[in-house]
Design a binder for this molecule. Structure first.
Ligand SMILES: Nc1ncnc2c1ncn2[C@@H]1O[C@H](COP(=O)(O)OP(=O)(O)OP(=O)(O)O)[C@@H](O)[C@H]1O
Ligand SMILES: [Mg+2]
Length: 245
């Protein structure tokens, strides 16, 4: 699998990225640079454009202007994975869902299953492999989605509110898996509304509001001395929940 990884996607540079469907500006000129290591947490009020930025990064939306520069290579065709808040599961077993991303790698079925079983054990789903994926709880489903993404050994993993509807125990389990994926060499960019989670996981924070990146700061500095007025008000709970454009 290693030989199929793209040479380098980093530094990832986003320059003047703009997306304005029907003339309504959703991304208003995003500038951001990400190095090749660590966990970046993206914060910001509802409607700030966080999910749209993740979609742009994995090619699910075409910006009207600006550019995304991946290291010194072209837009990658593999190595970037997005996990949604409510991951889609096929009407099939947990194991079959886990190994979906391995099919393009051309592995034999037995090898796919062996890798899938090992990965499901890592995320605490060893005793659920034969169950229907659609019967899993929210937390179990999220762990399965992380296992499915992790099995493809992505260089960049984009996570959109992976613990949004989970209880504290399920949240802690997902956070442990996210740390392990990072330790395994995957760069992580993750959206959350959970400030406690951001302090636990983040190396650095990207704060977005109204379609723009207001600041990108090391996590400790963000929480002790945010640079932007918007972030200061957000941390103090003063920023209006929905920004008007
Ligand atoms: N497919 C779409 N076409 C046009 N506009 C969209 C589309 N999807 C979302 N939007 C708009 O883009 C803006 C940013 O949405 P986005 O989902 O990125 O916000 P967000 O920061 O992820 O918010 P939340 O914290 O609520 O998830 C919103 O005003 C939303 O209505
Ligand atoms: Mg969102």
């Amino acid at each position: 699998m290693n030989s199929t990884r793209p040479a380098s996607l980093f530094p990832l540079r986003i320059r003047g990225l703009r997306y304005a469907p029907d003339g309504r500006e959703v991304l208003g000129g995003i500038d951001l640079e990400l190095g090749d290591e660590g966990i970046t947490l993206m914060l910001g009020p509802n409607g700030a454009g966080k999910s749209m930025l993740l979609r742009a990064l994995c090619g699910l939306l075409e910006p009207c202007s600006g550019e995304i520069i991946w290291g010194d290579g072209p837009r990658p065709t593999q190595g970037v994975m997005l996990v949604f808040q409510q991951p889609m599961m096929l009407r099939a077993s947990v194991l079959e869902n886990a190994v979906l991303g391995l099919r393009p790698a051309g592995l034999r079925r037995a090898e796919r299953r062996a890798r899938g079983m090992a990965m499901l054990a890592r995320v605490g789903l060893a005793d659920r492999v034969a169950d229907s994926a659609r019967q899993l709880s929210g937390g179990e489903r999220q762990r399965l989605a992380l296992a499915r993404a992790w099995l493809t050994r992505p260089r960049l993993l984009l996570l959109d509110e992976p613990t949004a509807s989970l209880d504290p125990t399920a949240t802690a389990q997902v956070e442990r898996i996210i740390r392990e994926i990072r330790t395994d060499g995957t760069r992580i960019l993750m959206v959350t509304h959970n400030l406690g989670q951001a302090t636990r996981l983040a190396d650095d924070i990207v704060f977005m509001a109204a379609g723009r990146v207001c600041e990108h700061t090391p996590a400790q500095r963000f929480f002790s001395r945010p640079q932007s007025e918007e972030a200061r008000r957000f941390i103090q709970g003063e920023l209006p929940w929905r920004m008007t454009f």
